[in-house]
Design a binder for this molecule. Sequence first.
Ligand code: ZN
Length: 300
Amino acid sequence: MPEGDTIFRSARALEHTIGGKQVTGFDTGLAKLASVNDNTPLVGRIIDKVESRGKWLLIHFSGDLILVTHMLMSGSWHLYRTGERWKMGRSRMRVVIRTADWEAVAFNVPIAEFFTARTLERNSQVPKLGPDILSDAFTVEGGVQRLAAYAQQSPEAEVGNALLNQRVLAGLGNVYKSEVAFAAKVHPFRHIDTLTPAETERIVEFAHRYMQANVNDGSDAIVTYSGNRRTTHSMSREERLWVYGRQGHECRRCGAAIMMRRQGAGARSTYWCPDCQPWIGEGAEPIGHATIVNRRKVGC
Ligand SMILES: [Zn+2]
């Protein structure tokens, strides 16, 4: 049975492979989906984003259309290069999304439905996102309340994981997870219930500030979407990062060696400065790798 992290990885693989691409073909064996596709065709739309929320996988298309699938016991998403042989029979295919180079195929998914942003908001089964850091309605105060509420519900959640959890705050990606924790001087492996109110506020403030700066300077997307991340990254942008991707390099503030350690169900890389972000909590301080590695690209 697909667990949450399997779906998370499927979403990530789909996002990396077809995120940002244009749909060139769509096929489905499900009547309801076919009828939506007849009325509002998928071909020509851009795959804006792929995300997981619990056991649900959401594929967002441009023009306000969201394909939501639930895997239950038997479903799975596969990725094939165009022309590659499928590993499951055609009779089990439920959905195929084609781009110029790839086919994303959902086999045996028992639940698949199209939503708009509005109908999804009204649906009670698919978990809701937290407040969107980039929306006009977002306030630091509201973000602080959301983090505090989450700390009550999951006191042992690690700060880095909480920042990536889109049901707590929506918008932060893996790069800014580390950057925000550094700016707020908070060790990313601390349990969220060890945060002081001032630390929580700093975290939300920096999240808000960085996300806005990131959008406003036109180099956005490193947070939301790997398609652009690969093409827009530049030396100057790397220069701007405090810790992300800087394992073993000197902290720009204090000179200590930046550490990296994998974190959470998705084993995402997390970077921090052991001096600027002291460990607070029970148990030993989590130690990361601090040997310099040659990274060919900034990624995750
Ligand atoms: Zn430092």
